[in-house]
Design a protein. Structure first.
Length: 243
């Protein structure tokens, strides 16, 4: 069942709507314990904020390390949060990492010694740089980095996949409202009127679904479906075929 509808301007990114969605659910007394989202809504920052602000566990795929197919990923390195250092798979420890910014948010910059990386036999699998530069990592603040590392590991396990498979119902609902009920065809001008259209579409979808729900044992009989032209043709051909 659709229990909440939020209408946002088209240029607004999905991830920027998450907090408004949870605020609306909380106002209606419908705060979920878990919320299954696709990757467009999920980052370590959003997972952490949602848990702290609303007590909701976000479940969704975190973007994989882009170097995952070509060499060592960030998860292959050991982070010592007390000493502010990182140790690579070959046992080389970096100088203390330094604060920096990424997309305007606090991040931590880790740069390994160039001499150590040049001499490393796994240099190409690690730095991927023929000029002999040292490996550079960008870490999130400790709680966010732990969330990213844990989620990247969990989302490859069977229990996580079985849980996330429930989101297929959400995707089916999106398909139904857009294909069967014209949700993406805006009939009005202005955000307020468009929101009314979305609410009515959601209500109509719920009514259709409820109409198909019957108490076990009282499902009404349905008239048999008419024979299709293709079935009629098959029967005629079968009757004409000699035994």
């Amino acid at each position: 069942m659709i229990v909440h509808v939020l209408t946002r301007p088209a240029p607004v990114q999905d991830i920027d709507a998450v907090d408004d969605i949870h605020a609306g659910l909380a106002a209606s007394g419908l705060t979920p314990a878990e919320h299954l989202l696709d990757s467009g809504y999920v980052t370590p920052d959003v997972i952490h904020h949602t848990a702290q602000q609303w007590g909701i566990a976000l479940i969704g795929p975190v973007r994989a390390d882009p170097r995952g197919r070509h060499g060592f990923t960030k998860e292959d390195f050991h982070v010592n949060w007390d000493d502010h250092t990182v140790t690579c798979p070959r046992g080389v420890t970096s100088p203390p990492f330094k604060p920096t910014l990424g997309d305007g948010k606090p991040r931590l910059s880790v740069l390994f010694p160039r001499a150590a990386c040049r001499a490393c036999p796994d240099r190409q699998a690690c730095t991927g740089d023929a000029n002999g530069k040292g490996r550079h990592l960008t870490l999130l603040p400790e709680p966010l980095q732990q969330i990213q590392t844990r989620n990247r590991a969990d989302q490859h396990t069977e229990p996580w996949k079985a849980c996330y498979a429930l989101r297929a119902g959400c995707e089916a609902t999106v398909s139904e409202t857009t294909r069967a009920h014209g949700l993406r065809n805006c009939r009005y001008k202005g955000l307020a009127k468009t929101h009314v259209q979305h609410v009515l579409t959601a209500a109509g979808t719920n009514v259709i679904r409820l109409a198909d729900c019957y108490t076990p044992g009282i499902i009404p009989d349905r008239p048999p479906r008419p024979i299709s032209p293709f079935q009629q043709l098959c029967r005629r051909l079968a009757a004409q075929t000699p035994e």
